[in-house]
Design a protein around this ligand. Structure first.
Ligand SMILES: *Cc1c(COP(=O)(O)O)cnc(C)c1O
Length: 410
């Protein structure tokens, strides 16, 4: 690990306090032109004594704007302090978690995984238009049928088609044959340029695609493509449970990655993360954003700086070893649960490196689904129900669930 380590609460406080000093204090500095200020003091009382101990809340009250992308070009002077912390988070994730060379990537904190995925597809669509003069009908998204619906949303917004690749019903894997079949259909429809979305843990199953499988199929036909990894769910797990994987920036086919700190990292909502190799973000540069100092190349405009601080604090509270231990604990619980399901003869899917267990819905009555809060793949005619082994999901609860499932079978 180059950047990631554990820091005490006092060390974190010192660092964030310094960052806040370097971020505009509207009481101290005259600023007549910024349409921003700290949170309304009538409503959000800033003298509350607990704020002293809570650097994240202090950032929240000071309300820095992180508009733009801070890993490149210049950024708004006013909010420099906390923007530096965001830059640090992005660099840490690219280098320490996803094996990128130092300073080789850009990124920003997005509203969520949805925004980060749209940002990726927006970049690649514009890339093909700008580099190859592609028409919208010549560009398409290809990804497994288990892909998150944000990809369908992106296709709709960006006016390109999405071609799903069928997955094996039991293994949830895509195969070269399935990819080739999808490519045949797309090519017959005039598609020449492909945006691949490779999943690092699908939402419903936790299944992981092999990016090299897509790359091989596309390269064999000498087709142009760009590959994005959707790690909104798995991004903070898979690099720990499968450190030798090919789903990172050490793989030359991987151009960008989505993460979601508001899932496994338990950060506040609004902490999606977009990471991309340098040179890609400028394909979505908005020329018209002349009053923003720096580069307007993100889908969201203004966004709260406290989100970056929250991610930074979580990462530095655990440190890499603490986080590895937490993931190990969740995987251990998942394994115990799977053994119990197997012993009870209950069918399920689980990727060996992830903490999602997806059970055949026929075993789970609506009453049990409600009692245990398991989530169906669709609400009208569910085929599958999933359990996500988060911090709050305890072995006793899982055991009770298996017990009730077994009772219902007899
Ligand atoms: C949750 C999820 C998303 C969307 O993330 P939001 O933060 O809800 O926008 C995208 N992809 C995958 C795989 C997800 O699990």
């Amino acid at each position: 690990m180059k950047y990631w380590k554990k820091l005490s609460h006092a060390e974190q406080d010192e660092r964030i306090s310094a960052a806040l000093t370097d971020t505009i204090d509207y009481k101290q500095k005259i600023s007549l032109g910024v349409p921003a200020s700290k949170l309304d003091p009538l409503v959000f009382y800033e003298q509350a004594s607990f704020l002293k101990e809570a650097p994240w809340l202090r950032t929240y009250v000071q309300n820095p704007n992180h508009i733009g992308c801070h890993t490149m070009g210049e950024s708004e002077e006013f909010f420099r302090g906390t923007q530096n912390i965001e830059r640090e988070v992005i660099e840490l994730l690219c280098v320490d978690l996803f094996k990128a060379p130092e300073q080789s990537c850009d990124g920003y904190i997005a509203a969520g995984g949805t925004e980060a995925n749209i940002q990726a597809i927006w970049i690649y669509r514009n890339y093909f238009i700008s580099k190859h003069g592609a028409k919208h009908t010549e560009i398409a998204i290809i990804s497994s049928s288990d892909t998150h619906y944000s990809i369908a949303k992106a296709a709709n917004l960006l006016h390109i088609n999405w071609y799903p690749v069928v997955v094996d019903e039991t293994t949830r894997n895509i195969s070269a044959e399935a990819i080739n079949e999808t490519l045949d259909t797309a090519i017959a429809n005039g598609v020449k340029y492909f945006i691949v979305i490779s999943n690092m843990a699908t939402t419903m199953f936790g299944s992981v695609d092999d990016p090299d499988l897509y790359a091989d199929c596309l390269a064999k036909r000498e087709l142009e493509f760009k590959l994005h990894v959707d790690g909104a769910f798995g991004g903070f797990i898979y690099p720990f449970s499968r450190p030798d994987s090919n789903v990172n920036f050490a793989n030359p086919h991987v151009s960008s990655i989505t993460l979601d700190a508001h899932k496994m990292l338990q950060a506040p909502y609004g902490t999606g993360i977009f990471l991309a190799r340098k040179g890609l973000m400028p394909f979505v540069y908005t020329n018209e954003a002349s009053y923003v100092h720096g580069m307007d190349i993100t889908l969201s405009g203004s966004r709260g700086g406290a989100n970056a601080i929250a991610i930074w604090m979580i990462l530095f509270t655990y440190g890499p070893y603490g986080w590895q231990e937490k993931i190990n604990r969740l995987l251990y619980r998942t394994e115990v649960f799977c053994k119990q399901l197997t012993a009870a003869g209950i069918g399920f899917y689980r990727h060996p490196n992830l903490n999602i267990v997806t059970i055949h819905a026929k075993h789970v009555s609506p009453i049990l689904a409600r009692k245990y809060g398991v989530v169906p793949d669709n609400h009208d005619n569910p085929q599958w129900c999933k359990v996500v082994v988060m911090d709050h999901v305890e072995l006793d609860q899982l055991e009770d669930f298996v017990h009730d499932l077994t009772k219902a079978m007899n």
